[in-house]
Write a protein that binds this ligand. Structure first.
Ligand SMILES: [Zn+2]
Length: 291
């Protein structure tokens, strides 16, 4: 899809971004309603337009290091002198990433590998900043943005428990089936404080409540905790307290721990359905295994 994009990649090409995102949603087993920032965030992907900028600037580095007299190099010099489109976009890209000085001097004194490395870091930094800016404008992602600081692939996605994994992604990214989110939709638009958990009737039903607090799943949670403690003790580790438990239950632990957490989530979600007479679990299962 990106063939030759060093030369044309400045266009926005919205269709490609759309394909990338629906691919991402498919990988995550995520609902259509999941925000783009959450998809990119969980997978650690940068928008394609920025990927193309990266490729362009790599190519630019090759160009400026070509020996004089080569046809491409001459074409480039001409393009630059007449301030053509390609040169303009490349220059803007370099400035955008804080690398404008290299455009001015037209040399970097770096090997292609070193340049690629520098570029990758700058690009990631820039994408991360933009991604955070966009997240800050979406109330649905407020919690997610607080926990997720880096635009990086989440290791829990490597777990084999498909249902648990998909449920956890939904919880993490504010696209879940819980009252907090559902109450936000539709004609009912409930105030946050009245989006009460209908399993225990004790608090607002948000992700943390479901994972760590709800009395309705206490036995399941304790079982998961016991399993994790035992597993950790083999490695001479202990869970240091509730904050660490929280982060483990958000899928931020090692793979084995996340596996246990996902089993908890799947069981709790199934129980919630039984108690409330809903079909969240069954419908998700159908969607995942039929697609
Ligand atoms: Zn509850």
């Amino acid at each position: 899809m990106e063939y030759g994009c060093e030369l044309w990649g400045e266009k926005k090409w919205a269709e490609a971004e759309l394909i990338q995102r629906s691919m991402g949603k498919f990988i995550l087993g995520a609902p259509i309603s999941m925000t783009n920032e959450a998809v990119l965030g969980e997978l650690g992907w940068v928008p394609l337009v920025d990927r193309r900028l990266g490729l362009r600037l790599r190519y630019w580095h090759k160009l400026i290091n070509m020996r004089e007299g080569r046809l491409v190099k001459e074409a480039y010099e001409m393009e630059r002198e007449r301030n053509g489109k390609w040169a303009k976009v490349t220059k803007e890209g370099l400035y955008k990433l804080g690398l404008g000085e290299f455009w001015e001097s037209q040399r970097t004194r770096m090997s292609q590998e070193k340049w690629a490395e520098l570029l990758e870091g700058k690009l990631k930094g820039w994408c991360e900043l933009e991604w955070k800016k966009r997240m800050s404008m979406k109330p649905k992602l407020r919690r997610y943005a607080q926990r997720k600081e880096e635009l990086k692939y989440e290791r829990y996605l490597d777990c084999g428990h498909m249902m648990g994994r998909s449920l956890l992604t939904r919880l993490r990214t504010g696209s879940s089936w819980l009252r907090l989110e559902m109450g936000r939709r539709g004609r009912l638009r409930l105030e946050r404080v009245v989006r009460t958990c209908e399993v225990c009737w004790l608090a607002v039903e948000d992700g943390l409540h479901f994972l760590r607090e709800c009395e309705g799943y206490k036995d399941l949670r304790e079982e998961a905790e016991r399993e994790i403690r035992e597993e950790w003790s083999k490695r001479l580790l202990v869970v240091s307290g509730e904050r660490e438990w929280e982060s483990l239950f958000w899928g931020e632990g090692d793979q084995k721990t996340s596996d246990t957490v996902m089993r908890y989530i799947a069981r709790a979600a199934a129980r919630r359905d039984r108690v409330l007479g809903t079909k969240v679990y069954r419908e998700l299962k159908r969607r995942i295994f039929d697609s």
